[in-house]
Write a protein that binds this ligand. Structure first.
Ligand code: UDP
Ligand code: MG
Length: 314
């Protein structure tokens, strides 16, 4: 019998855990003949009674497992730890606040059974207020434009991944983590199910604007060397305009006999050399980018399926 894992980061979710558990239990019971289940709850240093509730759930349902962090490490690390310990053949990550509706999981499992390795839940609408919705959609567009690999838009961390995908994700140990990018980076055959993102049921969002900005920045820097390359554009622009200026005053001086004071010549030359500096900074950046890429130490390639003699599935 195949096993499905639910992995759930929990940070001050005492008001949501009992409801969430009931919903997940309904799914487990629905598929009881077909799959076995584990519900892995990871407490990210909650200051309310979340851990207490998790302990109670574990004692009453053997499918529930959990561990708690020594302090708050943040969502990305919490999900990473959950991924590290999940034992299922398919792993479904969802938020504890019921903003990732468990009802969608039926459809996700169906898609997985059809042979998709990754099933993303895509938000067809959000309900986080105009400013957050607007900046989010703008950010996804920007990221899509600059990232080395296509990172799906309007997709959060609510997704099902196959064990094979998980094995590769586990190999990516970079500290500046952007898991949805890492999952997209693996490139496995994927599909989407659509949903409307509801508002959180109880409690408050653990994501401040500062945390969101940090996540957004991690996303761009982890999957794109574009920010480093800005120096190249600036350098080319400065050298080009500087050369035009120089050509103009040189022409004026030598052909028309105009007399330019020394500082004007100097300013032009210094300006051009500023452009050269920018180009050298870009070159330096390319090396640093390569060092960064190397130290991330992601797998060099990923095999999705293999057939023929010697490639039998283990
Ligand atoms: N979360 C966490 N650590 C944190 C902040 C949040 O594990 O430092 C969990 C939280 O309990 C929830 C999920 O991550 O299950 C999403 O967090 P939240 O609802 O605050 O984010 P939002 O939905 O506002 O983006
Ligand atoms: Mg939420």
């Amino acid at each position: 019998m195949k096993k499905l894992s639910f992995v759930i980061p929990v940070y001050n979710e005492e008001g949501n855990l009992p409801v969430l558990y009931e919903k997940l239990k309904a799914i487990c019971d629905h598929f009881a003949q077909k799959y076995s289940f584990e519900i892995l709850l990871v407490d990210d240093g909650s200051t309310d009674s979340s851990w207490q509730i998790i302990k109670e759930l574990v004692s009453k349902d053997s499918r529930v497992r959990g561990f708690s962090f020594s302090r708050n490490f943040g969502f990305q690390m919490t999900l990473t730890a959950a991924y590290d310990h999940a034992q299922g053949d398919a792993i479904i990550g969802l938020d504890a606040d019921l903003q990732d509706p468990p009802e969608l999981i039926y459809e996700m499992i169906e898609r997985w059974e059809q042979g998709f390795y990754i099933v993303y839940a895509r938000r067809s609408s959000r309900n986080d207020g105009f400013v957050k919705d607007f900046t989010a959609s703008l950010y996804y567009k920007l990221l899509h434009y600059v990232a080395d690999v296509p990172i799906p838009q309007n997709v959060g961390d609510f997704r099902l991944i196959d064990k094979r995908v998980l094995q590769q994700v586990r190999l990516c140990r970079e500290r500046a983590r952007y898991l949805r990018g890492i999952v997209a980076w693996t490139g496995f055959k994927h599909t989407y199910v659509e949903f409307k993102r509801p508002e959180r049921v109880a409690g408050v969002s653990g994501y401040s604007w500062l945390k969101l900005f940090k996540l957004a920045f991690d996303g761009v820097t982890a999957f794109s060397l574009f920010p480093l390359r800005i120096a190249a554009f600036v350098g080319v622009f400065v050298i080009f305009t500087g050369s035009l200026m120089f050509a103009y005053i040189a022409f004026d001086a030598f052909v028309h006999g105009a007399r330019y004071p020394l500082f004007k010549w100097l300013v032009t030359v210094v300006y051009i050399f500023m452009g050269v500096q920018f180009l050298l900074m870009w070159l330096l950046g390319e090396y640093i980018g390569r060092i960064y890429d190397q130290q991330k130490n992601r797998p060099l390639y990923i095999i999705q399926e293999s057939i023929g003699k010697g490639f039998e599935e283990k």
